[in-house]
Ligand binder design. Structure first.
Ligand code: NAD
Ligand code: UDP
Length: 313
């Protein structure tokens, strides 16, 4: 199989590329390196089947491929809010360009959508049938509405042109290869704990998230890509065990044995108050469920971050 992974130098994309290469597949990794890092894919140049293409999904691309994993899009709030118009273009024009490529080549195409399509959810846990509660003009809307429009395009290309699509809605995923300055909660807390700096809790820390370890997510993405052609999703992919942000902070502080204190600051606008996936569709139709608990996953992630701060404990 010739696989195109857009956003392949990012956190999730780099794990996907490596796993495909280890399965003996050919990988074209396309990335504009806006939030990704060459560091994440450098070691893959030892695979003869690996090609890195520095390009932007906002521009059309010609390539002969069998499978397209469309992951290009900054996922961390500080990154996607830094240039919100580019974020919208990435989601919408990126989706059109990848769907057109799929239409021309006959490739199967998977969209990395997000739990953010549910916004600040009024239904809990969130199942795929819930239509969401998104502020269409807020600071998160470039990402949330961009991803919602991308889903809409995926389903229209499927209905109108018969393109083979798969849509996965990813819930907060973490692990090695996240940037130190990524800005998301787990990388922030680990980085701060390792440096004995205050842990920045936005709001009172009572908001919840459900954290999925990267290896579990990658196996879910493969399960979705390889499922029967009449199954399109959307499939929620995530770990349904829910934690408050304050609980997460204490878990990390205990693991790192840090002397950091807690620094409560303002809550960002439209920050969802609760999030937990209902994964019964993925369990039933994909035979998938996550197997890594948060404590285990954090330990592996902390080990990765320790290697970035060699002088730290
Ligand atoms: P990331 O920021 O680490 O990776 C995104 C990658 O896309 C980066 O390498 C970046 O340089 C690249 N990129 C951004 N805009 C681009 C463009 N216009 N053209 C080409 N490349 C571009 O984020 P991630 O956590 O690896 O997320 C990957 C995908 O999964 C994203 O689409 C994101 O929306 C989705 N997702 C992630 C999570 C999560 O918890 N990690 C949750 C929901 C959805
Ligand atoms: N958060 C926090 N401190 C940080 C970073 C994030 O308290 O240093 C909170 C944030 O307000 C949100 C949760 O952690 O409630 C998850 O934030 P993240 O940016 O990781 O993901 P998202 O909000 O997109 O789910």
């Amino acid at each position: 199989m010739r696989n195109l992974v857009t956003g392949g130098a990012g956190f999730i994309g780099s794990h996907l590329c490596r796993s495909l290469l280890e399965q003996g597949e050919e990988v074209f990794c396309l990335d504009n390196l806006s939030s990704g890092q060459l560091l994440n894919v450098e070691s893959m140049s030892s695979f003869a089947n690996f090609t890195f293409i520095k390009a932007d999904v906002v521009e059309p691309i010609e390539l002969e491929v069998d499978r397209i994993y469309n992951l290009a899009c900054p996922a961390s709030p500080p990154f996607y809010q830094a240039d919100p118009i580019q974020t919208s273009k990435t989601s919408v024009l990126g989706a059109i360009n990848m769907l057109e490529l799929a239409r021309r080549t006959g490739a199967r195409v998977l969209q990395a959508s997000t739990s953010e399509v549910y916004g600040d959810p009024l239904e809990h846990p969130q199942s795929e049938t819930y239509w969401g509660n998104v502020n269409p003009i807020g600071v998160r809307s470039c990402y949330d509405e961009g991803k919602r429009m991308a889903e809409s395009l995926f389903f229209d290309y499927c209905r109108q042109y018969g393109v083979e699509i798969k849509v996965v809605r990813i819930f907060n995923t973490y692990g090695p290869n996240m940037r130190k300055d990524d800005g998301r909660v787990i990388s922030n807390f680990i980085t701060q704990a390792l440096q004995n700096q205050p842990i920045t809790i936005y709001g009172d820390g009572s908001q919840t998230r459900s954290f999925c370890y990267i290896d579990d997510l990658v196996s879910g993405i493969f399960a979705a890509m390889n499922c029967a052609s009449d199954l399109t999703g959307p499939f929620n992919l995530g770990n349904p065990t829910e934690f408050t942000i304050l609980e997460l902070a204490h878990l990390i502080l205990n693991r790192v044995q840090s002397s950091s204190g807690l620094n409560f600051t303002g809550i960002p606008s439209d920050d969802p108050k609760q999030r937990r996936p209902d994964i019964s569709q993925a369990e039933k139709l994909l035979g998938w469920e996550p197997i890594t608990g948060l404590e285990d996953g954090l330990l592996r992630t902390i080990t990765h971050f320790q290697s970035l701060f060699p002088e730290m404990p």
